[in-house]
Design a protein around this ligand. Sequence first.
Ligand code: NAD
Length: 435
Amino acid sequence: MSDQHQNAIQQLNKVAKILEDSYSDKNRFKKAVEILKQPQNFFTGEITIAMDNGKKKKFTAFRSQHNDARGPFKGGIRFHEDVTAEEVKALSTWMTWKCAVTGIPYGGAKGGIAVNPRELSPSELERLSRAYANFLADKVGPWVDIPAPDVNTNGQIMAWMVDELQKNVSFDRRVSQNLLATFTGKPLLLGGSEGRDEATGLGGVLILEKLAEKLNFKRKKDITIAVQGFGNVGYWFAYHADGLGYKVVAVSDSRGGIYVTDGLDPASTLACKMEHKNLQHCMCSHDACDIKVGQQISNQELLELDVDVLVPAALENVINKENAHLIKAKNIIEMANGPITPEADEILAQKNILVIPDVLANAGGVTVSYFEWVQNLQGYYWPKAEVISKLKPLMDNAFEAMWTMKEKHQTTGRMATYLNAVKSVIDTMMIRGRV
Ligand code: NAD
């Protein structure tokens, strides 16, 4: 895990090498790059909760605030047994780039607790979430740092955290700060935004539309798409791609997937998955399921399908040096965070496979989180159509900026995206006079 922060630093070094030429004051530029290699603030501590058996248990909690030149720190909270200081530092760095990519006025952060939440009862999970909110209390706020859900955390957990913060902070802080705007990804009943659930998948499809325009895809119904992961992100990606007329030929979950040459209907496939608890039985004669011709495939087979667009939307590192040479897709849209390892990235570039990187492709989620914060601050809530209409130009512009940089430097989609993001952060640091 400690490699992840080193990876983030190496990526930054690579980008800096290309960007350096465009800065006349090289020393100032180098100083900014050095600052960006470490988080501005890093907090860790033990939090203790009472377990259901009456015993006390300690957990290690983290929050990394990477950079706030462009605006308050923003980033999720992860509950996972593998959470480490180095992982949280790396993820907070990537959040700085992700926010810069769509131009939303935030810097990057990430937090977490080293815990396997599946080993906790619901009441232990609530106590842990509330304890973490107290750990965060003097580090967050609507103009300072705005956490959100990440792996194994959700709207309910954000609701407990908002409630705990509101209960425990001083009266002065309660009247001067809109504490609802301190967390995003909240349930609709507690200031969440319409459209947040599907925002990441939909944002990815807006990127697919731009890609189709640039690559001159002629008939959408001939463009084949395979989606690994049929959870929140994978489902909504498949749903919106299908809705626009693309042919989604394969989807999978943790147990494997299905492949239907003529294309499948994501909505009825989901209904069938809900009934059967997995996808592999979704070639049944159930009313909700229109997939009667097709075949079961493994996750590995899905990744190796000869499709126009492959969409990893499940886990990190699924395309790595062991299988990158087997990938036949012409384009990859990274909807999961970090599904392609750096070694695999090089192999894919040599094979001329175009990769749209995660910090651009899945930025729809954090962008609608930003809309949630705006709605909380103004106390006025937008219908879903308005949320979506505001998402589209930000995703479109981010894609265009990437494409222009890619053409200018004849580089990969990932490098082009990073060049734009890092430049925007460094320029803002310079305007502020931080370097
Ligand atoms: P999720 O838990 O809703 O869905 C994950 C899906 O992946 C499930 O269908 C699960 O069955 C499947 N899966 C698990 N192990 C698998 C395996 N070994 N092979 C194939 N499929 C497997 O999670 P999500 O919110 O959809 O997030 C998916 C990815 O997108 C993660 O990398 C996440 O960090 C990233 N992401 C999510 C959001 C968001 O708004 N939810 C935003 C940005 C990035």
